[in-house]
Design a protein around this ligand. Structure first.
Ligand SMILES: NC(=O)c1ccc[n+]([C@@H]2O[C@H](COP(=O)([O-])OP(=O)(O)OC[C@H]3O[C@@H](n4cnc5c(N)ncnc54)[C@H](OP(=O)(O)O)[C@@H]3O)[C@@H](O)[C@H]2O)c1
Length: 272
């Protein structure tokens, strides 16, 4: 499971113009001609801010108020807002307000091991980044300059810089830039956003995660109590200098609190 901010952007870093219009983007044609169909296939949950949601209400659902269209996604969608907004009938829409961390566990559980798409805008994507909850930024760059509008990202990222994982040009003039968030301490790693640890524990857990294996996991909670849970390992990742495993239920366990996985005992970062 990856947390991905996937968006189109102007050359000068705006994802909508100052009137929340995307007309500058639509002149390049259909999303089917980009990586979007492949991208959305692996997405389990959408997350967006209220302006993006209201854009969809205005331009998609109620473009013709006499004949409302259905919500275009059949995936659970979280809308971050401090206001009370209407829900599109028949859509799996959930509202959230405030910090992203407390809601994240529920979002990850709903994704069921698939990716989480941060749709926009840039300040919401930055909140996920600041919480250590952003793995990739995938930008489809349009060769236009808007001079004003909604910014693509509002946090500073310069050291370590983002890792350029791929560049792709399309015949219609768009260019896709795939960027990985490099966490502090992982600068030497290059391709990976993990901090590799120097024993087979990381590799073993990573291969369990790759296989999506269901495991019985025993770990210690914050108070040192032993706890047991079951689930599929979906990720092994670093945050704030520590390493974690993430289960498809959204539970995240620090590696140094892990006791057993499927009968294999772990301890002190070594396989015993
Ligand atoms: N180019 C593209 O591919 C692309 C992709 C996505 C979006 N867009 C467009 O880009 C624009 C983005 O607008 P935007 O920059 O205003 O961003 P946005 O994230 O869509 O909306 C921002 C609003 O969301 C609410 N919000 C954000 N974080 C919150 C939190 N943690 N708790 C509670 N509420 C929170 C706040 O409004 P309230 O609290 O007042 O509700 C905030 O003003 C839209 O026009 C959208 O259509 C373009």
């Amino acid at each position: 499971m990856k947390i991905q901010y996937y968006t189109a952007v102007s050359l000068d870093g705006y994802i909508a113009d100052e009137n929340h219009s995307l007309d500058w983007l639509f002149q390049f044609g259909e999303v089917e001609d980009t990586s979007y169909p492949d991208f959305i296939r692996d997405v389990g949950v959408l997350v967006m801010g209220s302006s993006t949601y209201e854009w969809l209400l205005r331009n998609e659902i109620y473009a013709d108020p006499t004949a409302p269209k259905p919500w275009p996604y059949d995936l659970p969608t979280w809308i971050f807002t401090s206001r009370t907004l209407e829900k599109v009938p028949g859509a799996d829409i959930r509202f959230a307000n405030g910090a992203v961390e407390p809601v994240y566990r529920e979002i990850a559980a709903a994704a069921g091991g698939k990716n989480i798409w941060i749709v926009g805008g840039g300040a919401l994507a930055a909140q996920f980044y600041e919480a250590g909850l952003l793995d990739e930024i995938i930008l489809t760059i349009a060769p236009v300059i808007l001079t004003r509008g909604a910014p693509v990202f509002t946090s500073r990222i310069d050291s370590p810089p983002l890792h350029v994982a791929g560049v792709r040009t399309y015949a219609n003039g768009l260019t896709e830039l795939r960027l990985e968030v490099v966490r502090r301490g992982d600068e030497g790693g290059g391709m990976s956003s993990y901090t590799p640890i120097e024993c087979s524990l990381h590799d073993q857990l990573e291969s369990l995660a790759t296989l999506g294996r269901a495991c019985r996991v025993v770990y210690r909670d914050d108070s040192g109590e032993e706890r047991e849970t079951e689930g599929r390992l979906v990720d092994v990742f670093a945050r704030g200098g520590a390493e974690y495993v993430r289960l498809d239920s959204g539970v995240e366990i620090r590696l140094d609190r892990l006791e057993w996985v499927d009968g294999v005992r772990f301890g002190g970062g070594e396989v015993c």
